[in-house]
Design a protein around this ligand. Sequence first.
Ligand code: NZQ
Ligand code: MN
Length: 377
Amino acid sequence: MRFGRGRRDETGEVAARHGDDALVVTTRNAMQEAGFLDDLLTSLEGAGISTSVYDDANPNPTVSNVVDCVETAPDAELVVALGGGSPTDVAKTAALSLGTFDGVPSVDEVWEYASGEKSVEDAVPTVALPSTSGTGSHVDPWAVVTRVDERAKVGFGGDALVPHDAVVDADILDEMPASLAARTGFDALCHLNEAYVARGSNSLTDANALRGMEIINRNLRRSADGSSEARESMAVADTLAGFCEATSGTVATHGLAHAISAYEPDVAHGQALASVTAEVARYNVENGDDETKRRYGEIAETLGFPVADRKLDAPFVVEAFDELIEDIGLNASVGDLTDATPEELAENTVENMGLVLRNNPVELEEEDLVGILEEAY
Ligand code: NZQ
Ligand code: MN
């Protein structure tokens, strides 16, 4: 990892280790308008790398985006992502496709990997320059893509999808509008708190998660207000959160949020998370074992809600989340975001996000998800 302002200029030097024919992936406007795409192309070309650009990735990217992206440069030796989680995940899935198929794959062929039918083995190298903080995608082995015709938003992964290099340059993060900084920062908080309570948690996750949540408590509100210094800190928290996604993964909160965006592709991931976070926490505290309750107590503490008795009950952590969500302007209910019913959303979660449901600290049946969604509606 290269971490620091201005270090985007080192991308060419980093990428040259992986090949001399790069496919650059970004979204449609932000990176062009701020000049960062030009900076990146200058750095790559200065290192003798030829470039092709795919700049049509949707927020909540689709498998069709991936196919079109590969079509842009079917012989690329490496993929460079410039942007938020969406272009990064298109880049990672394109890297998988370039490393796996001869020529351009069909949507169905890519979907076999995304849906978990086939396991990820080979990918060409990826270099990631994140523009949000964020999804942690620049350091984790996951990619998230949507198949619109099946209303399915899935996460999948493998070691080959971990970017070979990440270049985190906070100059890029300064360009985020307030609402994007708020919802992407909340996403990072979710990776940290979910990994901390996950069945798959371990002591390495714990250290990164607790530190990351402290950083977020001190900086997320200020980052949403535009502070450059806070945005730099949020990049640290996002990276620690990405490590947590790699070592422990997420829980039911992410499962439900994916179902909301599967029904409503225009609803941003962080906004969907904010609508269900408090109610998933309440359910897990009320139905979890002592260790789960203790962990939610620590989460509440890191968010500034001191808990004298470590065996707290739900209201502390629910209040902590509610207050933060209100402060950063993400307080929309599930029913504000979609007309899909709790039953439809619960079924969609079970169908597409079983991996994170099995990682939830409390066992959840479809009817339990319906109950959580009714509370959050
Ligand atoms: O389209 P334009 O106009 O270019 O706008 C972009 C983008 O479309 C704009 N933007 C991004 N960085 C900016 C900026 N505008 C100004 N300044 C900047 N620095 O914001 C729009 C949305 O960006 P997007 O990449 O969609 O946001 P985010 O980083 O939140 O990524 C969300 C995607 O990542 C997935 C989500 O599900 C969603 O699809 N996730 C990926 C994960 C992973 N790979 O590990 C884990 C996460 O849990 C998450 O699921
Ligand atoms: Mn997320």
